[in-house]
Design a protein around this ligand. Sequence first.
Ligand SMILES: [Zn+2]
Length: 328
Amino acid sequence: MQSVFRKCAATLALLGAVNCATARAETMNVTLLGTGTPILNINRFGISVLVEAGKQKLLFDAGRGVAMRLHQQQVPLRDISAVFISLLNSDHITGLPDLYATAPLPTDDGRLRKPLTLFGPEGIDNVARGIELMFKDQNRMRMLEGEVVEPATHITAAQVQEGSVYEKDGVKVTAFLIEHGHVKPDFGYRVEYGGHAVVITDDTTYSENLVAHAKHADLMVQSVAIGSRALERAAPDYVNHFYGYLASPENAGRILSEARPKLAVFAHISLYSRPDIARATTDELRERIRAAYNGDFVIGEDLMAFKINDHGVSQVPYSPDVRHKEPG
Ligand SMILES: [Zn+2]
């Protein structure tokens, strides 16, 4: 697909003034809506990543505050094409009830009129039916008043297996198993569009299967956990316990060294501490990853965004006004 842009450039060279406005390279936009964990943190909302590709707006995990972050990004909730859940821990799904209940409400420019589409591991149907039940009576009352249409009260839930799980308008999503200790199954997702790939792996430590599916992505969204060196010395059993199911900076570096994405961004960042030993700083996190990985990476923050196309991967500065001002 890189050909579209380059063919256009070649045509321009040969024919002079040719309107190539519609024949440009496809772009994927990736926004970290939330980069936090189950622990409350006003600066890091629950884990959620928005991938926009062509007409598709795909959400990967729906942690605490996802509806607010989408609103902040001026993405109407009803425009979410599908939601993909990695695992069923609370921090990946607590934003779903808000998304479900708010998207169908009338707004100035529309409402959700169809079922919410949800993909996830075994148990995802329980999540869907549970949310429907939670709002059963409010739906009945809102439908009486015409505030909600009946199709939007349903959730279409599909249980994910390893392999291709979604294909639409040139966008393909592949699920693959990652390693989160006793939490099984736990899925990473690879999104492909226009010859480019984004890989999202939330809770995981090193796994060969992860590396195999993450090879040569343009952008990799990777989780990491860290206890400071002081904590590692003082409480090795405690630290090694969570390093058993979450990637330490060194294991995260190993994953990236083998997968070799063009750019990696860390989200879902677990910072461990004890009352007498502070959390590791961002600088320590960065230095320890750097010692294990010589490629490009950034430490993610909420609303950090990336653009991926034939020109490469670039970070997009956040501004509440940017989306309206930027062309396409
Ligand atoms: Zn998690």
